[in-house]
Write a protein that binds this ligand. Structure first.
Ligand SMILES: [Zn+2]
Length: 127
């Protein structure tokens, strides 16, 4: 359970305390997609190997499908007779654009959760 909460709050999946991303500013200094290399609390290296986070694309795809289905069902249930379909599409594209950063970060966080065991007592020396 600790691992799932860590993933959803974008914290280290092993200790649940270190941040995966720089949250100190709204617009991070090193780019909106940059990720910390190691956990500041337990020293876990996040990117296990080169290309490790390519697998997060599957999670990103699933999150986007969930967003699309939710938005489309919501539109047809509540707004179909009030709002033109073109505005729905434009609104959906805007929503997707606004959520790019969140979906990107959340998909990496969830992907990492699958490969790391929750163990708050384990510490590593950062090399
Ligand atoms: Zn950690």
């Amino acid at each position: 359970m600790g691992k799932l909460i860590s993933a959803l709050t974008m914290k280290c999946p092993r200790c649940g305390e270190g941040e995966l991303y720089d949250k100190s500013t709204l617009i991070p200094k090193a780019g909106m997609f940059s990720m910390n290399t190691h956990c500041s609390e337990c020293g876990l290296k996040y990117e296990k190997e080169i290309g490790f986070f390519y697998g997060a694309m599957y999670i990103s795809y699933m999150l986007n499908i969930a967003l699309f289905v939710t938005a489309t069902v919501g539109y047809y249930l509540f707004f179909e007779d009030k709002v033109d379909g073109t505005w729905y599409i434009l609104g959906y594209l805007l929503l997707t654009f606004l959520l790019i950063r969140w979906i990107y970060r959340m998909s990496r966080s969830i992907w990492l959760m699958f490969f790391v065991n929750y163990d708050p007592d384990k510490k590593e020396i950062i090399k």
